[in-house]
Design a protein around this ligand. Sequence first.
Ligand SMILES: *[C@@H]1O[C@H](CO)[C@@H](O)[C@H](O)[C@H]1NC(C)=O
Length: 203
Amino acid sequence: MEPSFSKHFFTSSLIVLLFTTCSIFCSISAARDLAPKTNTEFIKTSCGATTYPKLCLASLSSQASVIQTSPKLIACAALNVTLSSAKSTSTMMLRLSHGHGMKPREVAAMRDCVELLSDSVDELQRSISKMVNFRSSGFELMISDVQTWVSAALTDEGTCSDGFAGNGLNGNLKTVVRGRIVNIAQLTSNALALINRYASVHS
Ligand SMILES: *[C@@H]1O[C@H](CO)[C@@H](O)[C@H](O)[C@H]1NC(C)=O
């Protein structure tokens, strides 16, 4: 009687132990599978509130693990993507504007644009550092500064792109430059929408 009881007890304890172990491991791995999916869903939902959701998704989905489900981090990531795009276009245009074989009108449009893009880069950079370094007090003031600077960047990009709309410019140059500027302006508009979203969930 005694040995049989303890044998049973031992067996059932073992079963319970195995079950518990399994369920712990299973729920850990389920949580692991769930996390990236939630992060990706968050980016999809947030991008849905922007004017160019496809571009938003394409530019941010690789950063799902960094962004997680934070409205602040997605706004910062969108600003970072916009900044690096504006920087590389600015560099490309500066190189092009020194090139030969351009009409004076083209060189002038190019120089104006480089100037505007450089302002835009400054405004984006300032916005990023303001958001990244923000700690706790004065949220309203911080976010309103950021909204002002990002709107100014958007205006500068629009002015640059308008400068390329006129006649008398080489068709190819116009297409390439305008295409890149329009892309930056769309990224900026998306970043601004995500900043507005962050502002509204924060307050
Ligand atoms: C954006 O860039 C800043 C400055 O380089 C960096 O500190 C921050 O972590 C970046 N944020 C995201 C979400 O990528």
